[in-house]
Design a binder for this molecule. Structure first.
Ligand SMILES: [Zn+2]
Length: 254
């Protein structure tokens, strides 16, 4: 990046918090600079022209001025608003989860253009998705891959043999599946039935359009969600807030 005082970038808004009387600090994800925090001055005043261009999930084009603690947003213009995500509570909850995952898996100022692209396509797909849970599992696996935590579902992570069509075991600690010989009785390893393994492999290795053709029972999808959620929690060593929120929503809807 140049030393100029003013620069422009695209960004997706991940989250925001209030600062002082009328300002906000926005955590955003950019194509070139990865995750960054910027100061948006005066955006909580009703006359602010920037505010509408800085809503959560918005893809925006920013003009920034170098500041001491935070660089300051001097202009903001919406590139794509993702209105479909904000107007639907269930889609919004999933979008929060995607943003939270990206936030949790990245550090500030590490450049990750491929994660920017993933988040952008993730939001577009979420906006259109007929099966939010399946889109979320695809996103989780894509995010794990890009962050270097791709789980191994095809071979035993202990002995390397190709897994047989049978109940095998998953170990978050080992980052993948174990054959019965190495998985049975191992602490932290859980049995995974064959049909769940098939879904995991399919979602991990097929293009998104094919993944979305899968017809899965809610129970099967739940098993996949639990396994991936457990793995992600293990990696992040803390429970993310959004999955809890999504579950609460689902419970309310019932
Ligand atoms: Zn083995």
């Amino acid at each position: 990046m140049s030393r100029e005082r003013v620069y422009r970038t695209r960004a997706i808004i991940l989250k925001r918090r209030e600062q002082g009387e009328a300002d906000r600090v926005l955590t955003v994800f950019t194509p070139e600079m990865g995750k960054r925090a910027f100061l948006a001055k005066g955006v909580r005043k009703s006359a602010s022209r920037k505010a509408g261009h800085l809503e959560p999930f918005t893809q925006t084009s920013l003009l920034l001025a170098k500041g001491r603690t935070w660089d300051i947003i001097t202009q903001a213009e919406t590139v794509y608003a993702f209105r479909g995500l904000r107007e639907d509570l269930d889609r919004a909850a999933h979008a929060y989860y995607f943003a939270e995952l990206v936030d949790a898996f990245t550090r500030e100022e590490d450049s990750h253009p491929e994660i920017y692209d993933l988040l952008l396509s993730g939001f577009h797909r979420l906006e259109q998705s007929p099966n939010l849970a399946l889109t979320a599992r695809w996103f989780e696996l894509a995010m794990l891959k890009l962050s270097g935590y791709q789980p191994q579902f095809f071979h035993c992570v202990e002995c390397g043999i190709e897994l047989q069509p049978q109940t095998n075991y998953f170990s978050p600690e080992m980052g993948g599946m174990l054959c019965p010989r190495h998985g049975e009785g191992r602490r932290g390893a859980q049995p995974v039935e064959l049909n769940v393994q098939k879904v995991l492999r399919y979602v991990q290795s097929r293009p998104y359009a094919q993944v979305m053709q899968l017809k899965l029972s809610p129970a099967r999808l739940k098993q996949v969600e639990r396994l991936l959620g457990g793995y992600i929690r293990f990696i992040l060593e803390r429970r993310l807030k959004s999955p809890v929120f999504i579950h609460r929503l689902t419970a309310v809807a019932r």
